[in-house]
Design a protein around this ligand. Structure first.
Ligand code: PRX
Length: 676
């Protein structure tokens, strides 16, 4: 790594602002390099210093990190601080209230879908609610190690529930509340959850969604499967559906099973707000979070207590250069890893004040984000490229209507950010004062792995720059050979850091096959990557059959499986096509069964089917009739060719392996110009 000196227009470098350096945790690039060196040369010393800030019921007896990353030498494993006992919830709440005197500090400013709904929650109040919820869960029969499914909107009760699980050693499995009943059912069954915590409903913009009904359908579907596991359901009355006087402002009809279901408000009123934390082993599970797998079946990524705690806390502190007076806002949903790590655990571990937002970027008006930044004087703001591209469409005016002078640092996550969006974010939102930290990471990595540090790293728009402490990236070619200097290939990591996933829940074999088989000795991210002459890393996107739509990963296989559920469809193949706001969108080719007609009604049915089976985030933009698909002689679909047809790229290169090249012409002649 070298400090770059180039000033050509195409790779203009944005240096950290001086005022940020004054009190920064890592004030310049040389400090970053020195700390980075320490983290890889002396990981024991480095992580022990980080661990010293936390409360341990029992200290670690073994080394900080033990691992095997080489499948040829036996099972893959990572262990952090073996022998230690601690509790995540105690560390993010009790420690702040009791040891750091932060009880009266605001933990969250909650802002509802409607600007009329908001509240502030202090650390003491949060602790009290979490303890009550922990007692409720215990009363409902939840024990250490049990899995708890959470299907909730962005309301404070979501945070209470996840921390309550952490407190009693139950393993939360949060399912994004935009997923369909089918997806929820699949996740409940895979993790064998014993209880679902949900809410009656939620407004997304003006649309009212009946969450309890979706849970009902998921549980009904699970009853058809071999082993239904859920015996209880805890239901929050979402107060943002109600007027200030408590009256329901909607006509939600929710299904109710008196044996199984209980209202949150009723049970919370009757329990104590005192709950002794369960002292867990460092490597006990903390949560499962499902992410799409290339086979179509989601993978339950498992994270454990101590390593995830150290890593989310440290990345939050350094990447957002956290200080006591900050007001931090991450716009992600807690249903994704970004919310787990950087709305709940990382910020709370640092005693931060965060914004918790239930709503949408453009409701009730397109300046909502900027209005909230002004309202709470947000200093650090973290969002996704897709949101930036969406808001860019409305121009500068909605941004300039608000006072954004509180902002100090901007962040992005979820997908590669195009330089145009980066520059707009930097110049219009950050008024050219605020560094943009482009953080590359994954559900699997637990926290940021490639990222700038705001006061230290000179930025290049579109590059996630350099590795975080303890992370050792490298780039391999197809043969698994390491590439030095300027290069492009597979992004892999040579060794673990504390926050990396431990296994795929219930499927160690899949864990090893997915991430460690291809290149023994390395964790394989599935992303392509380029390193430039200055050592900067640039993520080029997925190099497997995964798609990234608006920052949400999904597999071609899961969408194809949904499409082929339709009685008229014989075969389906899904590829991505660039989209100005979503980054990528879905372009689907469907081959119909004999005698079935391709028409508008069918297209609508297919879109509905995908929405129903996966969720609205997976709704296809394009569906094309494909009398035949381009296949090799051995019958494998050539996705490269389909991708080029979807993008209207006429130069198809070598088609000699195709069984029937004429198919391509037909597909070109029928391609969709406009979105369906
Ligand atoms: O392809 C990369 C992309 O998102 C994938 C991980 O998705 P998920 O597990 O859902 O987690 C998203 C939030 C951490 C990665 O494999 N990705 C994420 N961040 C970036 C990115 N691609 C480029 N630049 C990023 N900053």
């Amino acid at each position: 790594m070298v400090v770059p000196g180039s000033h050509h227009r195409e790779d203009k470098i944005y240096h950290p602002p001086e005022d940020l350096k004054k009190d920064a945790h890592v004030p310049d690039f040389y400090s970053y390099l020195a700390l980075y060196k320490k983290s890889v040369d002396e990981p024991e010393v480095f992580w022990r210093e980080v661990a010293a800030e936390f409360y341990w019921k029992k200290p670690a007896t073994g080394p900080i990190l033990q691992y095997n990353f080489d499948v040829t030498k036996g099972n893959i494993y990572v262990k952090c601080m073996e022998g230690a006992k601690t509790n995540m919830c105690y560390n993010v709440l009790d420690r702040n209230v009791k040891d750091r005197n932060l009880g009266e500090k605001v933990a969250y400013y909650w802002e509802g879908n409607s600007p009329d709904h908001s509240m502030a929650i202090t650390y003491s109040q949060l602790l009290s609610q979490v303890c009550r919820c922990a007692n409720v869960l215990k009363q409902m029969g939840v024990k250490k190690g049990d899995r708890v499914a959470i299907y909730m909107p962005m309301i404070p009760e979501l945070v209470y529930t996840m921390l309550a699980c952490a407190r009693i050693g139950a393993v939360h499995s949060i399912v994004f509340a935009g997923y369909s009943s089918e997806s929820l059912c699949e996740r409940i069954l895979d993790a064998q959850c014993c209880i679902v915590v949900t809410a009656d409903g939620v407004y997304r913009g003006q649309k009212l969604i009946n969450l309890k009904q979706i849970v009902e359908e998921a549980l009904e579907k699970s009853r058809d499967k071999v082993s239904p596991t859920v015996t209880r359901c805890l239901v929050v009355k979402n107060h943002s559906l109600r007027t200030k006087s408590g009256e329901a402002s909607n006509k939600l009809q929710i299904p109710w099973d008196a044996e199984r279901d209980v209202w949150w408000d009723e049970v919370m009123a009757d329990v104590s707000d005192d709950c002794e934390p369960e002292w867990l082993d460092a490597e006990d599970p903390l949560f499962i979070l499902y992410t799409s797998g290339s086979t179509g079946k989601p993978k339950g990524v498992l994270h454990t207590v101590a390593g995830y705690m150290l890593y989310t806390s440290l990345t939050f502190k350094y990447v957002f250069d956290h200080h006591h007076d900050d007001v931090y806002w991450c716009t992600a949903d807690i249903g994704w890893i970004t919310g787990h790590s950087y709305i709940t655990y990382g910020p709370l571990a640092n005693g931060a004040t965060g914004v918790l937002f239930e709503g949408l970027p453009v409701y009730p008006h397109v300046g909502r984000f900027w209005e909230i930044i002004e309202k709470y004087k947000v200093t650090k703001f973290y969002t996704a490229p897709t949101a930036i591209r969406l808001l860019m469409k409305y121009g500068k005016e909605p941004v300039q209507k608000y006072n954004l002078s509180s902002l100090r640092i901007l962040g992005t996550v979820g997908e590669p950010i195009n330089p145009e969006a980066w520059l707009w974010y930097y110049e219009v939102v950050g008024q050219s004062r605020c560094p943009v930290v482009d953080t590359f990471w994954q559900t699997e990595t637990g926290g940021h792995v490639l990222t700038p540090l705001p006061a230290a790293t000179p930025l290049k728009p579109g590059s996630a720059t350099f590795p975080f402490f303890g992370v050792e990236p490298t780039i391999l070619n197809e043969h698994g050979e390491e590439l030095e200097g300027e290069a492009e290939g597979y992004l892999v990591f040579r060794r673990p850091w504390p926050g990396i996933m431990r296994t795929v829940y219930g499927n160690q074999e899949r864990f090893e096959n997915q991430y460690f088989k291809k290149f023994p000795g390395f964790y394989v991210t599935g992303d392509g990557c380029r390193r430039d002459k200055d050592g900067y890393y640039w993520i080029t996107g997925r190099i497997d059959d995964m798609l990234n739509v608006s920052g949400h990963l999904m597999s071609t296989a899961e969408v194809e499986a949904a499409l082929t559920k339709h009685a008229a469809v014989a075969e389906a193949a899904v590829v991505s096509r660039p989209h100005v706001v979503k980054g990528e969108c879905l372009y689907c080719f469907v081959t119909l069964k004999d005698s079935r007609e391709f028409n508008h009604k069918l297209v609508e049915e297919l879109k509905g089917l995908v929405r129903e089976r996966i969720g609205p985030i997976a709704t296809p933009d394009f569906i094309q009739n494909a009398p035949g698909l381009p296949k090799t002689r051995s019958g494998k679909i050539m996705r490269r060719v389909l991708r080029q047809i979807a993008r209207n790229e006429k130069d198809l290169g070598d088609l000699s392996t195709l069984a029937d090249p004429k198919v391509v012409e037909v597909l070109f002649s029928q391609r969709c110009e406009a979105a369906a």
